[in-house]
Write a protein that binds this ligand. Structure first.
Ligand SMILES: Cc1ncc(COP(=O)(O)O)c(C=O)c1O
Length: 386
């Protein structure tokens, strides 16, 4: 999440390589206005303005069932889904239902900074797992489980961002996903798969989700409209076995407030049913792919020796590793002085020092020209630090 204040203060003059959100130019304002008017002028307006069914707006559930079954070759039913106020809402609710303070949650190192905030709020016992170029390493996960067992502990959950990971951009291979599912089934923990970037591949095929590979067994999966439509809608979903969805339906917050954002959900369903969402996603893939290419070309051309970076096949981010003499927080500060906003690595780690030599570049928000300028400023800073 990014503070609106920071946004206002920095947006005008800075190159924002820190925002993991859609380019403002891509927001389909006219289409969403039309969808909202369609709801406001239609017979469902009364229902849309009342508390909604706990599981979420039916028409949107049906849109998602159709999409997930078509794209992932699944046969999920509306009972397997729940509409949430973004993936974050789903992750918060699912971890609360599956843990108590002190429960062991394993996660990739690095991981999504705001999920770390949630897990810390819930006082979970966080166990970071190493990654390599292909993502989470199943052997390291197996070793961590053994270490936990030796201390009389057992993991409850594995939280993972397997596809176009935030912050590294890496994608976990299908073979590794299968190995990890076998470990989950053998040791009884659940996999919480945060899959908000699944719709944004630039080339090749996206590996099947954990949910698809495990037939839903011990997998909880989340998705979002934040990356492919607009984060301000505050709309996402969770996909899980029916009993798990029921637990979320009976969750205190859901009982109290009803289904998530009924008016917005009705409007987004109308937008999707108009056929506008898929072409919109296609256009975004083309746009972000061009930006990813521009960023990679600039890194290749400009970075001094000793700096390495990931090559994401989709999503919003790439991840830089700096040489030992370059402190990410100092580099970030120097870049800021020249109007380039980057994210230093510390916040993405359970042990912040692990991120001291990493930077995240988001290529979704800034224009291709800005990305190139920002990278050239960064490269100059790194050359001068040598
Ligand atoms: C991995 C991951 N999960 C969740 C979110 C937030 O999703 P939402 O806006 O649906 O809560 C983000 C946004 O940066 C993210 O990178």
């Amino acid at each position: 999440m990014t503070s609106p204040d920071l946004h206002q203060k920095t947006a005008e003059h800075s190159i924002l390589l820190s925002f993991g959100q859609p380019d403002p130019e891509t927001l389909p304002i006219a289409e969403l206005r039309e969808a909202l008017l369609h709801v406001m002028n239609g017979p469902e307006v009364g229902a849309a303005l009342q508390y909604g069914a706990e599981q979420g707006t039916r028409s949107l559930l049906e849109v998602l069932v159709e999409k997930i079954n078509r794209e992932q070759w699944l046969a999920v039913r509306p009972e397997n889904l729940m509409i949430t106020a973004g993936s974050t809402h789903a992750v918060d609710m699912l971890t609360r239902l599956h843990t108590q303070p002190g429960s062991v949650l394993m996660l990739e190192a690095p991981s999504y900074v705001d999920s770390l905030h949630l897990f810390r709020d819930q006082e979970l016992d966080l166990h970071p797992l190493p990654m390599d170029e292909e993502g989470l390493i199943p052997g390291a996960l197996a070793e961590e489980i053994e270490r936990l067992h030796a201390r009389g502990l057992a993991p409850r959950l594995l939280y993972t961002i397997p596809t176009f990971h935030n912050p590294t951009g890496r994608t976990l291979s299908e073979a590794r996903r299968v190995e990890i599912i076998a470990l989950a089934h053998r040791h009884g923990f659940w996999i919480l798969e945060d899959d908000v970037y699944r719709d944004l591949p630039f080339e090749g095929t996206v590996p099947p989700s954990f949910y698809a590979l495990a037939g839903g067994k011990q997998v909880l999966s989340t998705g979002s409209f934040s990356k492919t439509l607009a984060p301000g809608l505050r709309l996402g979903w969770l996909l899980a076995p029916v009993e798990e969805v029921q637990r979320c339906v009976n969750f205190g917050l859901t009982c109290m407030s009803g289904g998530a954002n009924p008016l917005v959900a009705h409007a987004v369903a109308a937008y999707c049913l108009s056929g506008a969402w898929e072409p919109h996603i296609q256009r975004q893939r083309v746009l972000y792919r061009a930006r990813r290419d521009r960023a990679l070309a600039a890194l290749e051309r400009l970075m001094p020796p000793g700096v390495t970076w990931t090559r994401p096949a989709g999503g919003f981010f790439l991840w830089l590793s700096l040489p030992d003499h370059a402190q990410a927080s100092q580099v970030r500060q120097l870049a800021l002085q020249q109007g380039v906003v980057l994210t230093a690595g510390e916040g993405f780690f359970v042990e912040p020092t692990a991120g001291a030599h990493h930077l995240r570049i988001a290529y979704s928000y800034a224009s291709a020209e800005e990305i190139e300028t920002g990278i050239s400023v960064l490269a100059q800073i790194l050359r001068e630090l040598r």
